[in-house]
Ligand binder design. Structure first.
Ligand SMILES: Nc1ncnc2c1ncn2[C@@H]1O[C@H](COP(=O)(O)OP(=O)(O)O)[C@@H](O)[C@H]1O
Ligand SMILES: [Mg+2]
Length: 386
């Protein structure tokens, strides 16, 4: 019996809640075989006892089938997460949400909202309690993409009940305004809106809140990072160099805001022809890899240009839910699995911490105030920020 036989057998053990097996995930380590005796280590990302027990039981069964009669499986799970919500120096105004995912890009139109929708739906299909917050205040597209654009949320006192579709809780400025209305708001109002979306929406105890950001690196991103510890940042890009330049800014922002980077999604990467199913290169493909390396992260999915993705968005029928067997749906599911593993890892290591990005000015003092002038100094003109 060889190590290969053992690994082959363990490929029949899937990680609870996922479609991938423990060998593919790279969890199996230190396989030692001696006659009828085998021992190995499982280096998993979850500290839950049920997960450990299930993996030991299923792993043992598979190895018994190979004829081993002395089987030792040591599970090395991470330590239980440190207390991270409302930590001494960090801030979390939505502590009933376990993890926050910021979906970001340098540019508009690259597929942030499409990615947010399909990742949220995929995680819900994998059994997670998921919310989807449309933080693109000026261009809210989530209600249409989730098929709830003609629904109005219920108001309870001064709180708002989220809408729900495909097992995902949803909130968007688009659901709170008449359709077609525009907002002309100062940065400070955007900041207030983001805070209210986190504090005044009656989100359930969610495993993950996916947040679809406006393009760029501005007030909305900063406010979000200061209000809750963002567990994972995802950058969406298209493969052209001009889009990649903007993605670098987005990845740089994650670093500056102390947001752990889960990876990059290369969207509109190649074209799958609906009639012949062949994949061709339109915007380029694979150009994102070097950028990922530069920022010490990875490309977690390549999503092709596919008419069905656009149709799914326009009709409120996400491809991941409605065509689960399509190549694209499988890629979104895989990206969602990778994201969940990343989140588990960040939380197991103590969780995200936003204490380093809190405003440093004392309460009541604007960040652009200058120090109080000396007694005889000429009157300060103000910095024009309010
Ligand atoms: N991979 C794709 N294939 C085909 N159409 C796509 C794809 N990704 C996004 N789209 C379409 O492109 C448009 C812009 O995507 P969207 O998600 O709204 O971008 P963003 O939120 O970054 O502005 C939408 O009409 C969407 O349906
Ligand atoms: Mg969008």
């Amino acid at each position: 019996m060889t190590q290969e036989n053992v690994l082959e057998a363990l490929k029949n053990v899937t990680y609870p809640g996922f479609t991938k097996d423990i060998v593919t995930f790279g969890f199996v380590k230190d396989v030692v075989i001696d006659g009828q005796t085998v021992s190995l280590a499982l280096d998993i990302t979850s500290s839950a006892d049920e997960v450990k027990a299930q993996l030991i039981e299923e792993g043992t069964k598979e190895l018994q089938k190979l004829g081993f009669d002395n089987i030792t499986i040591n599970v090395q799970a991470p330590q239980a997460p440190k207390q991270m919500s409302n930590s001494v120096s960090g801030k979390n105004i939505a502590p009933h949400v376990k993890s926050f995912v910021m979906v970001s890009s340098g540019k508009g139109g690259v597929g942030k909202s499409t990615t947010s929708v399909n990742l949220a739906v995929a995680m819900a299909m994998q059994g997670k309690k998921v919310g989807l917050l449309d933080a693109d205040i000026y261009g809210p597209n989530i209600p249409r993409m989730m098929g709830v654009n003609d629904q109005k949320p219920e108001i309870q006192g001064n709180k708002v009940q989220p809408l729900k579709a495909y097992g995902v809780e949803i909130m968007s400025m688009g659901s709170l305004m008449e359709s077609g209305q525009s907002l002309i708001w100062r940065g400070s109002m955007i900041m207030k809106a983001i805070e209210q979306f986190l504090r005044d929406i009656l989100w359930s105890e969610l495993d993950v809140l996916v947040i679809d950001m406006p393009p760029g690196t501005g007030d909305a991103q900063l406010t979000l990072a200061q209000s809750v510890p963002v567990t994972a940042g995802i950058t969406v890009t298209t493969p052209q160099e001009v889009s990649l330049d903007d993605s670098r800014r987005s990845l740089d922002m994650f670093q500056k805001l102390h947001i752990p980077t889960a990876g990059i999604i290369e969207n509109m990467s190649g074209f799958i022809c609906p009639s012949c199913d062949e994949e061709s290169d339109i915007f380029g493909m694979g150009t994102t890899e070097p950028v990922a390396k530069e920022y010490d992260t990875e490309v977690i999915a390549r999503i092709p240009i596919e008419p069905a993705i656009r149709v799914g968005g326009d009709t409120g029928m996400p491809i991941t839910y409605h065509q689960p067997d399509s190549q694209t749906a499988k890629r979104y599911q895989e990206a969602a699995s990778n994201l969940l593993i990343f989140i588990d890892k960040v939380n197991a290591e103590g969780g995200a911490d936003n204490s380093a990005v809190q405003p440093t000015t004392p309460p009541g003092v604007s960040a652009c105030s200058t120090p109080a002038p000396a007694k005889e100094a000429p009157k300060h003109e103000g910095c024009g920020c309010n």
